[in-house]
Design a protein around this ligand. Structure first.
Ligand SMILES: [Fe+2]
Length: 534
């Protein structure tokens, strides 16, 4: 599809649902401060909504004019896209304290209704956004677009564009890595210059000002803006909104605890300023949504809230460091309360970051290309990559940052899930690879929990880490080694389209065949249907 057609097709969402007048060619320096903005619009970063409940949802925007803090910003919520019937409105003043962003929790709305919102600043109207409140009882269906790992320099957000064009989603679930912290020359920036998507700032982000600017760059993307305007988002963070492989009290790059705290707090502040997420005093991202009596959705924090440090591979292989917390006690207690109080829903759904299923490495000797263009070789060393291949015959877990590194915590989590409700679906991101898996519940071998894992929006997948030798398939080798997985696709970028009804859930792994071009095709690579158990 040509770019011009894509922009025009945004009009399908409604005559007043405009995409902010930004071009990709405007580059990366739209920045986040009100000064130095090149474009005329006060709404350079679009609008967004999120965290819909039965009577409320969040609306968000940012003012980019030089005089952003000088006058009132008006907000309006209406039942019609032409704003003839305005139901709620108000005003506030943005300030440098929150980087000129505005977030309102619009309450007093009716359940299960479609609403439209917009902002007005100094006579200029923002693009119009749409959001739908959840129903109390009768949710006949709930359709979710599930995404993760949207890496701006790695490619175009064609996945977001496709989701924006489809009016049928109730919400977009973003399971983390909404942005990446690296600078130019870092992870997945090889094509950034050619794509005009060089990270801004150009170095790895560490300070509050850095994180704000990076959020601003991502939200200057027209496809991201179109998706936010079209659907409410329910998001959780993963590590890259902070730093690679972060855990509760640190990250590999921030050895010193005070350095980590400073960086974490900077990232956290920018996240809350820039994301349409409801804030609470505990700074918790774990929260619960109820789509009538159809489904209960618990969004978890497997990254920062209670996660202990990832195990050391050598010690782990020798049987040590097996019992480490992933959710933490407080979050487990919270989750049990949610599960207990929503046993009357048909589906029990978990949205979380890292792979829950075990993923053992197959013998890749003679299958992966030791001289191929591997991400391991590029970012670690050729030697490390070759060693990984030659040691693969041991069949060890591939990732110790995922639940595989936390086996006792996984057992506790699976048993807790199994205790409440019958029909469990776990939605997962992080691994940049589309996966469909059935996880046996410990102690109840006939009981299985289905895990649906989305591909990345743009980040490199399994096939980029282990390129195959000619006529060999690393993906097939992984699948044979892990028979509980009926689908593994580490090549394609895409999203997960999941539709829940009272009879079944149908999941479609949708893919785009290019992120280097706006000329791309969309297809469905795999479908999984799970029937409800009475
Ligand atoms: Fe990622």
């Amino acid at each position: 599809m040509k770019r011009r057609k894509l922009i025009r097709s945004a009009g399908l969402l409604g005559s007043t649902l405009a995409v902010a007048p930004l071009a990709h060619s405007s580059g990366v320096s739209t920045g986040s401060g009100p000064k130095g903005v090149e474009k005329n619009s006060a709404f350079l970063h679009g609008v967004a909504s999120g965290d819909p409940l039965q009577d409320r949802f969040i609306i968000w925007t940012r003012i980019s004019s030089d005089d952003a803090g000088s006058g009132p910003l008006h907000w309006l919520v209406a039942s019609d896209r032409d704003f003839n019937n305005v139901l709620r409105q108000g005003q506030l003043t943005v300030s440098a304290e929150r980087d000129f962003t505005a977030k309102i929790d619009v309450a007093g709305l009716q359940e299960g209704r479609q609403y439209f919102y917009r902002f007005v600043f100094a006579g200029e109207q923002s693009p119009v956004g749409q959001c739908r409140t959840l129903a109390t009882k009768n949710h006949l269906s709930a359709r979710l677009a599930v995404v993760s790992c949207s890496n701006f320099p790695a490619g175009y957000f064609n996945v977001y564009r496709e989701i924006a064009k489809d009016p049928g989603y109730d919400a977009v679930l973003h399971l983390g890595d909404y942005l990446y912290e690296y600078g130019q020359g870092g992870y997945a920036t090889e094509n950034a210059e050619a794509l005009n998507r060089v990270p801004f700032p150009q170095t790895e982000i560490k300070s509050l000002s850095d994180y704000r600017k990076r959020h601003g760059q991502y939200k200057s993307d027209v496809d991201l803006q179109a998706m936010h305007a079209a659907h409410p988002m329910i998001c959780v963070w993963d590590d890259h909104e902070f730093a690679n492989n972060a855990w509760q009290n640190g990250s590999p790059k921030e050895g010193d605890e005070s350095n980590w705290l400073k960086r974490k707090n900077a990232a956290l502040q920018a996240y809350y300023e820039w994301m349409p997420v409801r804030e609470n005093s505990e700074h918790g991202i774990n929260r619960h949504f109820r789509f009538g009596n159809l489904l209960s959705l618990s969004m978890l924090d497997t990254r920062l809230k209670g996660r202990e440090k990832q195990p050391n591979r050598k010690a782990f292989t020798l049987g040590f460091q097996q019992d480490r917390e992933m959710l933490g006690e407080a979050q487990q207690i919270w989750l049990e309360e949610q599960l207990k109080s929503s046993q009357d829903t048909v589906w029990t759904v978990i949205g979380q970051q890292v792979l829950l299923s075990s993923l053992n490495t197959p013998d890749l000797n003679g299958i992966a290309d030791p001289e191929g263009d591997s991400m391991f070789a590029r970012y670690r060393s050729r030697k490390h990559y070759k060693n990984t291949i030659s040691n693969s015959h041991y069949g060890l877990p591939l990732l110790l940052d995922a639940w595989d590194g936390y086996p006792k915590a996984r057992e506790r989590f699976l048993k807790l899930l199994s205790k409440y409700g019958k029909n469990h679906i776990v939605l997962t991101g992080d691994i940049h690879t589309g996966i469909c898996s059935e996880i046996p519940v410990p102690g109840e071998e006939t009981k299985k929990i289905t895990e649906l894992v989305t591909a990345s929006v743009t980040s490199p997948g399994l096939d980029d880490y282990f390129p195959s030798l000619p006529d060999k398939s690393v993906g097939e080798a992984f699948q044979q080694k892990n028979p509980h997985m009926s689908y593994i696709n580490g090549k394609d970028k895409g999203w997960l389209d999941v539709n829940f009804t009272k009879e079944n859930v149908e999941a479609n792994w949708k893919v785009v065949d290019s992120i280097d071009s706006y000329n791309y095709n969309v297809s469905t690579k795999f479908t999984k249907t799970v029937q409800v158990q009475s």
